[in-house]
Design a protein. Structure first.
Length: 202
């Protein structure tokens, strides 16, 4: 039997959820400190070869040139996104994406954006591509191994392993092909650096 928590507790949970909008890491601690935190234990274990399974997948992706269908997306950058967003698929978030987006839409501060993403999530479920139980992700609605928003999934996700399903949660080829396709569609130009340091005049 499902028991609803008292209304006051639900309100407190929603308030904490909404407060997260103001403490996104890059905003709360600054970009330079955020970059300094990128050497997470999961990355270091993979680099040392302790995490045999994920290291094997990463090497396989390199060999197979998983992003070959998206010439604008270097595979090393796609692998870095995979690592940063979900620790190579291990930490994808456990929030109900539809519930999260509905809460954001109801709260109102980003209502138009949240409503659009909520509609996209409902379209995914309605089309039969994935059941609601599969749409797990972050409190902000990002989901899958490289944290796609529902609208991004609808627009750019691809079937990388050619099994007839676009599964960015359970299929690494689907997740990485989709990320490569997204970057290519966004205009990534091969040969250009992901950053450029500049010195402003004093």
């Amino acid at each position: 039997m499902h028991i609803e928590p008292p209304r006051r507790l639900r309100d407190i949970a929603l308030a904490q959820f909404v407060d997260a909008l103001d403490v996104l890491p890059a905003h709360a601690i600054g970009r330079h400190r955020m970059l300094g935190r990128l050497r997470l234990p999961a990355f270091e274990r993979q680099q040392r070869g302790d995490d045999v399974e994920q290291a094997s997948i990463a090497r396989s992706v390199e060999r197979r040139r998983t992003t070959r269908s998206s010439p604008g997306a270097p595979r090393e950058i796609v692998l870095a996104i995979w690592a940063m967003e979900s620790a190579f698929g291990k930490i994808q978030g456990d929030q109900d994406v539809i519930r999260s987006l509905a809460s954001l839409a109801a709260q109102g501060r980003r209502r138009a954006w949240a409503e659009g993403e909520l509609i996209a999530a409902l379209k995914i479920v309605g089309s039969g591509e994935a059941p609601r139980s599969r749409l797990k992700g972050s409190w902000a609605g990002a989901m899958g191994q490289t944290q796609f928003l529902p609208s991004v999934f609808l627009a750019t996700a691809v079937d990388g392993d050619r099994d007839g399903v676009r599964d960015i949660w359970g299929s690494t080829p689907d997740a990485l092909y989709s990320t490569g396709a997204y970057m290519a569609k966004a205009g990534w130009k091969r040969g250009e650096s992901w950053h450029r340091e500049v010195v402003l005049p004093s």
